[in-house]
Write a new protein. Structure first.
Length: 190
């Protein structure tokens, strides 16, 4: 059984592309009082009438509650007293790496969650069907041809299996930048 690591760079790139498509022509006033045209605000607005969007909002909220830790002073003092100076120094780099990865991961959180839970194409299809409420007439999703194509193109990625465990095949699918530059040089010399 072949699975894709959910933080794979290809998954992040797909999420970024979907975000860009959904932001194109989004009405500022359609998503809320704060005039922030974000797709998360759009999803929250859609959740009132779209069951798939509501499901993703619940999944995100459940995940946030699950990972929150108690913030009492007793718990905090126990954690601090058990940490040694060596642990602090050795964990600084790991914390920076995790924070960077976490920022990238949470940027497209709802899109990634919808993709993994196989509802992204349903949400985008709902957006296309109701695009006049949320989008300017020139928007990609308002186009009678391009909007439905966008929704149908997402059916394939939504059918894939995703995993939270990084497998050894990621070494083949996610080459480092140095290797990509080297490949480019090899191909351009030929």
């Amino acid at each position: 059984k072949k699975c894709i690591y959910e933080e794979n760079c290809s998954v992040t790139t797909l999420c970024a592309a979907v975000e860009a498509c959904l932001l194109h022509g989004l009405k500022r006033r359609a998503v809320g009082l704060f005039k922030t045209s974000t797709t998360m605000a759009l999803l929250q607005k859609l959740a009132k009438t779209c069951p798939a969007a509501d499901e993703i909002i619940k999944i995100i909220n459940d995940d946030n509650l699950q990972y929150e830790e108690p913030s009492s002073l007793v718990v905090l003092s126990r954690k601090l007293s058990s940490i040694t100076q060596h642990q602090i120094l050795s964990n600084v780099d790991n914390t920076r790496r995790r924070a960077t990865r976490s920022a990238i991961f949470t940027r497209y959180l709802w899109i990634r969650a919808a993709l993994i839970h196989r509802t992204l194409h349903k949400i985008v299809e709902y957006i296309v069907d109701n695009s006049s409420k949320y989008y300017e007439p020139h928007a990609l999703v308002c186009n009678s041809v391009e909007g439905p194509i966008l929704a149908s193109l997402l059916v394939g990625p939504c059918a894939l299996e995703f995993t939270r465990v990084k497998t050894s095949d990621h070494l083949w699918t996610d080459p480092h930048a140095d290797e990509l530059v080297q490949r480019h040089r090899m191909h351009s010399n030929n």
